[in-house]
Write a protein that binds this ligand. Structure first.
Ligand code: TRP
Length: 325
């Protein structure tokens, strides 16, 4: 990241790359975090962004999913992604099975440098996994290199890439950074978002298939308030007396954790932390603080999502020239 900032100050170009594996219809708040952050990066740096929709990956990994359904979900997910406010003049969204011909020359070069041994060590594959899984990492790695996007970079192979993503994607990009010098290419830079916990507690994972573990971008204000009040794990003490004495534990409190992602005012976040951990702020009050932040954010997202048409998705997904800088 430091390297990218130094380059940027010298006026040298870079681009952003992120992605989404389309396996469910509605996104939850955890999905939104890397995209909101990516949108911020695009706005601040005014750089091109490529977004990979991995219909192939989800077909390989989810036994129940057909390739066609994964493609349809990809198109629907693109609407949620677009609703985060990306600039169509600088953003290219592509679905793997559509765009593969442009990725393929780069994929082959990557694939030849990664042994099965290495893939098994990095991704935990075994003898009984099908070969689709073995081939996929090269496909997720490829967009880290500007050679995949001649319509944006005019055939340049050395434009630096920055990948904002969730921490669970790290194996793919550790592999990518490993092989880049071997191929004479620049290593992509990575910036990870922190783990986004489920409502049940700091060590639990949000699941798109569990309605009680996650707040969805399609939830109504009432549903959001109900989920937070009923399920958001509290770092507060057992009784009012104990809470006033010992204070709440922000490291365990899911409402505080969520506020740390979505409340932009750092001074206000710090005020809430001090009040809650001193015991002056109660669990129901910190939950209300979170509701006050999430409800307007989700409503604004929903308004923006309602304005995204099929034609807009097609515009983002058209293989077209983009002026990078
Ligand atoms: N594998 C990711 C997922 O399952 C999708 C993805 C593809 C991605 N390329 C990416 C995520 C680049 C972040 C950055 O969601």
């Amino acid at each position: 990241m430091e390297h990218i900032l130094d380059m940027y100050e010298k006026g040298e170009p870079f681009y952003l790359y992120t992605g989404r594996g389309p396996s469910s219809d509605a996104l939850h708040l955890g999905h939104l975090v890397p995209f909101q952050f990516t949108q911020w990066l695009q706005r601040v740096f005014n750089v091109p962004l490529v977004i990979q929709l991995t219909d192939d990956e989800k077909f390989y990994w989810k036994r129940y999913l057909t390739l066609e359904e994964a493609g349809r979900l990809g198109f629907e997910n693109a609407k949620d992604i677009i609703a985060c406010g990306f600039d169509v003049s600088k953003t290219f969204i592509f679905k793997d099975t559509d765009y593969i011909q442009h990725l393929y020359p780069t994929v082959t070069k990557i694939a030849r440098t990664v042994t099965c041994n290495k893939a098994c060590g990095t991704f935990g594959f075994s003898d009984s996994d099908h070969i689709g899984k073995y081939g996929f990492p090269a496909i997720q790695a490829a967009p880290s290199f500007s050679s995949c996007f001649p319509q944006i970079f005019g055939g340049r192979e050395d434009v630096q890439c920055l990948i904002p993503c969730a921490i669970d994607q790290d194996p793919y990009f550790r592999m990518t950074r490993d092989i880049a010098p071997t191929l004479g290419w620049k290593k992509p830079a990575l910036i990870h978002s922190r783990f986004f916990p489920a409502l049940q507690g700091p060590k639990t994972k949000m699941s798109a298939s569990s309605n009680e573990s996650a707040i969805f971008v399609t939830d109504t204000p009432e549903q959001i308030a109900h989920k937070i009040k009923a399920y958001a794990f509290s770092g507060g003490q057992e009784t009012k007396e104990l809470h006033e004495k010992l204070g709440g534990d922000c490291d365990k409190d899911v409402s505080y954790q969520y506020l740390s992602f979505f409340l932009h005012d750092d001074a206000e976040l710090e005020r809430i932390r001090v009040e809650y951990s001193s015991g002056r702020m109660t669990t129901s009050q910190i939950k209300q603080e979170l509701i006050n932040v999430l409800v307007p954010m989700v409503l604004e997202f929903q308004q923006s999502r309602a304005r995204v048409t099929d034609d807009m998705v097609k515009a983002f997904m058209a293989v077209r020239e983009i002026t990078p800088y």
